[in-house]
Write a protein that binds this ligand. Structure first.
Ligand SMILES: [Zn+2]
Length: 45
């Protein structure tokens, strides 16, 4: 399990909402969290 950097929820690594940023994979609980991250990844890492 990993933490969603947007909302802090615990997310399973099989989540289909993922983004790769600077060589790291981030996992999200929902599309809206992923979209927030994609909009401004530097803010959350
Ligand atoms: Zn989330």
């Amino acid at each position: 399990m990993v933490e969603d950097p947007i909302c802090g929820m615990t997310v399973d690594e099989s989540s289909r909402f993922t983004s790769i940023y600077q060589g790291r994979t981030y996992y999200f609980c929902s599309r809206s969290c992923k979209e927030d991250f994609d909009r401004n990844p530097g803010k959350y890492t």
